[in-house]
Write a protein that binds this ligand. Structure first.
Ligand SMILES: [Fe+2]
Length: 388
C-alpha cells in the first residue's frame, strides 16, 4: 500500500488492552500480506471478526471461456452490455480472463451485497457515474476517472450514488496490485520521477458502524464462492492503522511523461500486478522533435496481450477503426498492431492528444468470455486493410 494511515481510535501500543465503554475488550484483527512478512493493518472491532453462524456454497453468475482462436485482434463494444437492476459485484459481465487476471464490465444501479474477494486485489475503474464504497476500513467516494483499489479480503459493498448508474471496468487479480516498484524508494515513498505521489491518494475518510446481527457476506475464494453469515455486521470497526487499506487514485491526477519522440506504454505505467501491468493514457502534449510522428509505430509485443479500455477523449490513432467511448480492444501476442491507415501522416505536427484510456497488458494469453463474444465488432480485425 502507498503509506501508513490511521483512522478512528487505536490504542497507544499494539496488542495491548483496548476497552469498549462497557469495559469489554475490542477485538483486534491483523490483516497482512505474505504471512506476517509484508504490509499489514490492525483493526479494532466491537465484535469478534471470527464469529460466523452459517456457511453455504454459493453459485455466482458464470460464463464460458474460450481461447482467442482463430487468433484475431478484437474490439468489444461494452456499451452494448448495458443492463438495469445490476449491482457492482454480481452484475459483472466477464470479458477477458486468464489465471492471473479477470476483466469485466458492469453498469450498476443497485447496491451490491457485502463481498470479500479472497483470491486477490481488485481495481475498479469508474468510467462514469459515482459510488460510495463502504468497507471495514471506512468509506471512499468514487467518481469518474477513479481507480479504486481494494486489497484482498477487505469486506466491502458498492452503493451507486448520483443520478445515472455507475459504469465500472473491473480488474480482478490473483495477487496484489500496487504502484510499480521502480516508482518507490526502498521504504515505499514515491520517488521524484513517479507520475503520482502520496498527495494524490485518497484513503477511507469515515468509519461505518452498522449494528446488525446475522449478516451475509459473499466470499470469492480460491476454490469457488461461499456465503458466510456473520453473527454481527462486519462494519463495526472503531479504528485501524497500517499500510493495508482500500484507496483511490484518479486518472486525472496522473502526470504524463512526454518526450521529443514517441514514449512507449511503460512511460505511462500506473500499477503492477502479478503477470500484468496497468497503464494510463491521459491528455498530454505530444512529441516535439521537429520530425516526430506522434502516433505509435506498428508494434508486436511478443510476450503480452494488450487490452485498452477507451474511456474518454478522441483516439486519433484509431480513427476509422470503429473504436469509441467504452470500447475495449484486445491486441494479442502473435499479431502486429498499430495505428489505422493514414493516422501516422495525419498526426505529424500535432501538439496535443486529448485521449483517456486504461491499458492492461497481460503476460499470459487472455481467453474470451461469453459476454465479450456477444458484443464483439467482428469487422475490427480487417480495419487496417483500408486505404487512408
Ligand atoms: Fe499497442
Amino acid at each position: 500500500m502507498p503509506y501508513y494511515r490511521s483512522l478512528g481510535e487505536v490504542p497507544r501500543k499494539r496488542h495491548t488492552q483496548f476497552r469498549r465503554p462497557d469495559g469489554g475488550l475490542y477485538a483486534e484483527e491483523l490483516m497482512g500480506q505474505e504471512g506476517f512478512s509484508s504490509d499489514s493493518s490492525l483493526l479494532y472491532h466491537r465484535h469478534a471478526p471470527t464469529a460466523i453462524v452459517a456457511a453455504e456454497a454459493y453459485t455466482p453468475p458464470a460464463w464460458s471461456r474460450q481461447p482467442n482462436r482463430p487468433l484475431k485482434p478484437r474490439h468489444l463494444v461494452t456499451h452494448k452490455l448495458d443492463t438495469t437492476g445490476a449491482d457492482a459485484v454480481l452484475g459483472r459481465q466477464h470479458l477477458l480472463a486468464n489465471d492471473d487476471v479477470r476483466l469485466s464490465y458492469v453498469v450498476a444501479d443497485t447496491p451490491s451485497p457485502l463481498y470479500r474477494n479472497a483470491v486477490g486485489d481488485e481495481c475498479l475503474y469508474v468510467e462514469a457515474g459515482a459510488a460510495r464504497i463502504e468497507t471495514t476500513f471506512g468509506v471512499l467516494d468514487a467518481v469518474a476517472g477513479d481507480y479504486v483499489l481494494i486489497p484482498t479480503s477487505v469486506i466491502f459493498r458498492v452503493v451507486p450514488t448520483g443520478d445515472a448508474p455507475v459504469r465500472l471496468f473491473v480488474i480482478e487479480a490473483s495477487g496484489h496490485i500496487g504502484p510499480p516498484k521502480r516508482f518507490l524508494s526502498v521504504r515505499g515513498q514515491f520517488l521524484e520521477h513517479a507520475p503520482y505521489c502520496e498527495r494524490d491518494i485518497r484513503g477511507p475518510h469515515e468509519l461505518i458502524h452498522v449494528d446488525a446481527a446475522d449478516v451475509d457476506v459473499l466470499v470469492q475464494h480460491r476454490r469457488g464462492w461461499t456465503r458466510h453469515t456473520y453473527a454481527r455486521h462486519p462494519f463495526d470497526v472503531v479504528g485501524w492503522d497500517g499500510m493495508q487499506y482500500p484507496w483511490i487514485f484518479s486518472i486525472h491526477d496522473y502526470e504524463p511523461i512526454t518526450g521529443r519522440i514517441h514514449q512507449p506504454p511503460p512511460a505511462h505505467q500506473t500499477f503492477q500486478g502479478p503477470n500484468f501491468v496497468i497503464c494510463s493514457f491521459v491528455p498530454r502534449k505530444v512529441d516535439y522533435h521537429p520530425l516526430a510522428i506522434p502516433v505509435p509505430y506498428n508494434h508486436h509485443n511478443v510476450d503480452s496481450d494488450e487490452v485498452l479500455f477507451y474511456t474518454g477523449g478522441n483516439y486519433e490513432a484509431r480513427r476509422g477503426s470503429g473504436i469509441g467511448q467504452g470500447s475495449i480492444s484486445l491486441h494479442p501476442s502473435g499479431f502486429t498492431h498499430g495505428p489505422q491507415p493514414g493516422a501516422a501522416e495525419r498526426s505529424i505536427g500535432a501538439e496535443y492528444f486529448d485521449e483517456l484510456a486504461v491499458m492492461v497488458d497481460t503476460f499470459r494469453p487472455l481467453d474470451l468470455c461469453e459476454p465479450a463474444l456477444a458484443v464483439e465488432d467482428e469487422n475490427y480485425a480487417w480495419t487496417w486493410n483500408r486505404q487512408p
